[in-house]
Design a protein around this ligand. Structure first.
Ligand code: IMP
Ligand code: MG
Length: 177
C-alpha cells in the first residue's frame, strides 16, 4: 500500500484478533436471537467489512439492510452534526433490530440512529460496535456487543477510513501524522 509521506500506520488490532472477536460476537448473537430472525442494519460506509464477516459467522436466519450517515469528511474530528444520507429500505416495526457499527467515538451517530429506529417501533433494538472509544460520553443506553474498547486514537483499516482511504486494509492501524 502506497502511503502519503506524512501518514504513518501502526498496527493496532491484527486480523487474527479481529477474526476471533467477530466469531465471539457472532456466537453471542446466534444464541441471543435463537428462533428469531433479526434484521441487521449496517452503518455505511465504515461497517461494510465488519458486517460481512459477522453475518457469515451467524448460525441463525437474518435479514440485512443499510443506513448511511454523513461522515467526518476529510477530518478526524466529528462535525457535531449527523445527516441521514441513505435510509432503510425495509420495514422494522415489530422486528428485532441489531445495528452494526464500526466504531463509536462521540456517540453522536449512534444516538441519532437510536432515535430514528425507536420512532419506527421495533420489537427490540441492540447495538454492535467493533470498536468503542474511551471518550464516548453521555451514552444513556447500552452497547450490548462491543469488540474492543480503545483509547482515543484515530484508527483506520478493516472498513475504517481516513479521508476515504485505508478501508481495504485487513487489520486495524493507528494513524499517526
Ligand atoms: P461518532 O458519531 O463521533 O460516535 O462517530 C462515529 C463515526 O465516525 C464512526 O462510525 C466512524 O465512521 C467515524 N469515526 C469515528 N472515529 C473514527 C476513527 O478513529 N477512525 C475512522 N473513523 C472514525
Ligand atoms: Mg461509521
Amino acid at each position: 500500500m502506497k502511503l502519503q509521506q506524512k501518514e504513518k500506520l501502526k498496527l493496532f488490532v491484527s486480523s487474527r484478533l479481529i477474526q476471533k472477536k467477530v466469531r465471539k460476537i457472532a456466537k453471542k448473537i446466534s444464541r441471543d436471537y435463537k428462533n428469531k430472525v433479526p434484521i441487521l442494519i449496517g452503518v455505511l460506509n465504515g461497517s461494510f467489512i465488519f458486517i460481512s464477516d459477522l453475518v457469515r459467522e451467524l448460525k441463525i436466519d437474518i435479514e440485512i439492510d443499510f443506513l448511511k450517515l454523513s461522515s467526518y469528511g476529510d477530518s478526524k474530528i466529528s462535525s457535531g452534526e449527523v445527516i441521514l444520507l441513505k435510509d432503510l429500505n425495509c420495514q422494522i416495526e415489530g422486528r428485532n433490530v441489531i445495528v452494526v457499527d464500526d466504531i463509536i467515538d462521540s456517540g453522536l451517530s449512534v444516538k441519532y440512529i437510536r432515535d430514528l429506529i425507536i420512532s419506527r417501533k421495533p420489537a427490540s433494538l441492540e447495538f454492535v460496535s467493533l470498536l468503542l472509544k474511551d471518550d464516548v460520553n453521555n451514552l444513556d443506553f447500552d452497547i450490548k456487543y462491543v469488540g474492543f474498547k480503545i483509547p482515543n486514537k484515530f484508527v483506520v483499516g478493516y472498513g475504517l477510513d481516513y479521508a476515504q482511504k485505508f478501508r481495504n486494509l485487513k487489520q486495524i492501524y493507528i494513524l499517526k501524522h
